[in-house]
Each structure stands twice: as C-alpha cells, then as structure tokens.
Design a protein around this ligand. Structure first.
Ligand code: UDX
Length: 436
C-alpha cells in the first residue's frame, strides 16, 4: 500500500517517518518551502528525540519522500492521512479549519482512483461528516472515495514511541472496507497488542478532545489544590502523592506548577467549548472555562512571587530557565515559561532566558528578551532565578555552583521538581507553587 501524509508538522512528519519504518512507501506533502526543503534532505525542522535519526534513515532508504504537489500525492497514494494543523482562530476560541478544508478540496480535485482519506487532525465534532461531503462533491465523477477518522494521541517528546506503540487506536469508520484498510496499515501495533476501538465519526472526533480535556482538568485540579495549599501552608506535592496512590485517581498528570501549555491542551479545550456552544450544550463544558482560568492564574502567581521577592521589578535581573512549553521539545506554543518571562520584561525586569533547545523559536517570537547559550551565563548576576520548564539538566545543576554565580540566592521552582533541601543547604531561598 502506498500512503501519503498531508501536512508535515509535528504530527505529520512523525507519522510519515513511522509509516515508512513500518514498511510502507510514503510521500509527505508539505507546502511550507522551508520545511519541505529540510525534510527532503532528511533534516528535521524541529526538535523531537529519536525522530531525527528515523527521518534520515527512511529518506536515505527511499521509502520516504516529500513533495508540495497535491496532484503528485493524489496519483501516488492508496490512502491519504490528513495531518494539517487546526490552530485557534485569530478572531475567537474556535478551531481554524482553513487548512483542513483546503487540503481536502485540493486532494479531491486531483483524485483519479479509489481512495481512503484518513483524518488525524484534531477537529470540532461534526467536521468528518462535513469533510466527507466535500470529498464526494469535489472528486471527479465516478471516483470511489471514502473517509475515516483516526485521532492521534502522541505527546511531544515521545512522538515516535507513541506512534509506533500507541496506547490505543481509535478508528472512526462508515464501513468494513475502511476498517480493513486501517487494520492493514496498523497491523504491526495491533499484532503487538494495541487495543482497537472501532466507532463512528462523532465518537472518534470526541475521543480526542475528551482525552485532552480530561488531562487539562487533572492538571488544573491539582493546581487549584496548590492555591488551597498556598492559603493554608499545606504541601501540594505530598497531597498529590497521597491522592495518587488511589488507583482510581492515579499520580500521573498531577504535577502542580506553572500549568499546561503547548499546541494542544489550551487550544483544544477552548475549541471544544466553542463547539459545545454551537451545538446548544454550552453548559456541559462550562467547567472547562474554569480549567483554563485556573491554568492561566498559575502564570500570574509566578509573577506575583517574583514581585514579592524583588519588590519593584524595574532593572532587576531575572534568569528564566526554560522557554519550551515542556522538556524534550523546542515547541514554544502557548509556553507558560515564555508567558511569564514576557510579563516580567513588561514590568521592567532585565530577563535572560535559557533553554536547551527552544531559544531559536523563542527569540524569533519575543526578540525583546535576552537569550543565552548556557545556564551559567543566564544565572550570572541574577537577583532571582525562575525554573519554569523541567529539563533534566536543570535538575542536575549543583545548587552550590549556581549559588556562586547569582547576585541573590533566590529561586522560584515553577515545576516543583528541584531538590528543595539541596537548595536550602546551599543557602538559597526557594519558593514553590503550592508548597510551604
Ligand atoms: C498532549 C496530550 O498529552 C497528547 O495525548 C495529545 O496528543 C496532544 O496534547 P503534549 O501537548 O505533547 O500532549 O504535552 P503533555 O505531555 O500532555 O503536556 C501538556 C502540558 O501540561 C505541558 O505544558 C506540561 O508541562 C503540562 N503538565 C503536564 C503539567 O503542568 N502537569 C502535569 O502533571 C503534566
């Protein structure tokens, strides 16, 4: 089977390389020339552990190629994965479906033979049915076209692992043929024991946003508990450990701190609320508004703590450790760390940002901040250090050596994972979120 992957961002590039690894001939479609040139040479245009070597391997083997031509893709593929972005709309909270609609229309016009299009992008419920209509309308008369919905659950930083050995496969299909094609594509993970859920379009679409809403809720729940801990002197980390022992609750995704960011959780819960409103069930998701608010309040809390430590921020030197929205990624979309850095800079602070991978994209988006290559350079002369993205190299820092560089030994641990005792022993004042 020959497969195309339309849209080669984080999701598409990973999917394309992994399908090639599974043995398929794959053609990736990317319209951004810069990304296309890089991918065609086997250069990954973003950071994702393990994907760089997989990409080179598959490009060199000839199993993976890239193009910007939808006509070439339509002629090449037996199955087409739709992996284009669905960002938040500039004029509201809903999802911008311009890229999804554009890709389906353009593909449909060029189709010449029986085809299955498989949607992977995160979309508002009801989109798959609408896209099937576009596909059938625009495909040349007599062309047998079908659509399936197969949401993607990969996490950045674990993209390859999550794609090759997913927790589950959700197949939203209208008939047995589409299911059989998907089972053939995913034969390797299915043989390895990955559970398969076969369902209809709306359920498949909802699984994705329901999962992300649940994860966001879990994080905001523990961050709300952090607010209670701050008001009472309790310790949110111990609280999370204790409630996490209950198998019905579980300890994962209960890490309190500066909150969630990235290209998925924040925009997905907003788009989900927007869609519920359109469907006349706004009340059902009203709680997600609160989840979003709790999350954004954590960023303000860090700024408040910084002011409590430094007083007037004008001219104060602050080292910010972390720019990516999470470790093992160079993705800065809706990054809590950068949001805090920008807010402190706006209040007059001299903010110096370090990140092992994300200073390139961060400096392009926020050129007003200063960036350094090394943690030491960022820390030198700092009156306050903020730990906002939990890269493991930050946990490995020596509190004593870091203390020799700074002007004031004060650190705010926005991710609650530094060794508090080690910092205190080295003479630091350490402030955390939700901890005494
Ligand atoms: C998420 C979903 O996990 C994934 O299944 C989906 O396909 C895409 O969206 P991702 O955005 O890569 O993946 O990151 P994730 O690991 O979920 O983390 C999201 C954010 O939550 C990060 O900013 C992270 O720092 C934060 N987080 C996570 C917490 O603040 N506390 C936690 O306990 C866990």
């Amino acid at each position: 089977m020959k497969i195309t992957v339309i849209g080669c961002g984080y999701l598409g590039a990973t999917h394309a390389a992994c399908l090639a690894e599974l043995g398929f001939d794959v053609l990736g479609v990317e319209i951004d020339e810069r990304k296309l040139d890089a991918l065609a040479k086997g250069d990954l245009p973003f950071y994702e552990p393990g994907l760089d070597t997989l990409l080179v391997k598959q490009v060199e083997s000839g199993k993976l190629r890239f193009t910007s031509s939808m006509k070439e893709a339509a002629e090449f593929g037996d199955a087409h994965f739709l992996c284009v972005g669905t960002p938040q709309r500039k004029d509201g909270n809903g999802a911008d479906l311009t890229y999804v609609d554009g890709a389906i229309e353009s593909l449909a016009e060029h189709l010449t033979r029986p085809t299955l299009v498989i949607g992977k992008s995160t979309v508002p419920v009801g989109t798959a049915e609408r896209l099937l209509g576009i596909l059938q309308d625009k495909a040349p008369a007599g062309t047998d076209v079908d659509l399936a919905w197969n949401p993607e659950f990969l996490r950045e930083g674990f993209a390859v692992e999550d794609t090759l050995t997913p927790d589950r496969l959700v197949l939203g299909v209208r008939n047995a043929e589409a299911e059989a094609t998907l089972r053939e594509i995913y034969a390797t993970p299915i043989a390895g024991g990955t559970p398969v859920i076969v369902t209809d379009f709306p359920t498949a679409e909802l699984v994705k946003v329901a999962a992300n809403s649940f994860l966001a809720t879990k994080i905001s729940f523990i961050n709300a508990m952090a607010e209670l801990c701050e008001a009472t002197g309790a310790d949110v980390v111990t609280l999370a450990d204790a409630i996490g022992h209950d198998a019905r609750i579980g300890r994962r995704f209960l890490n309190a701190g500066v909150g969630f960011g990235g290209g998925c959780l924040p925009k997905d819960i907003r788009a989900f609320m927007d869609r519920a409103d359109e469907l006349g069930v706004k009340d059902a998701l009203r709680f997600l508004r609160e989840i979003d608010r709790i999350n954004l309040r954590r960023r303000k809390r860090v700024v408040k703590l910084a002011k409590a430590e430094l007083g007037d921020l004008e001219g104060k030197r602050i080292a910010v450790l972390g720019a990516a929205f999470k470790p093992d990624s160079d993705d800065i979309r809706d990054s809590p760390a950068l949001d805090v850095a920008v807010a402190l800079h706006a209040k007059g602070a001299d903010v110096v940002v370090h990140d092992p991978k994300a200073t390139g994209p961060a400096s392009a988006k926020h050129p007003q901040l200063s960036y350094t290559e090394s943690v030491e350079e960022a820390a030198r002369g700092a009156q306050l250090v903020l730990h906002l993205t939990e890269w493991k190299e930050y946990r490995a820092l020596s509190a004593a050596e870091l203390g020799d560089l700074v002007a004031e030994r004060t650190i705010i641990d926005g991710r609650n994972c530094l060794d508090q005792a080690a910092y205190r022993d080295a003479g630091w004042t350490i402030r955390s979120l939700g901890r005494p």
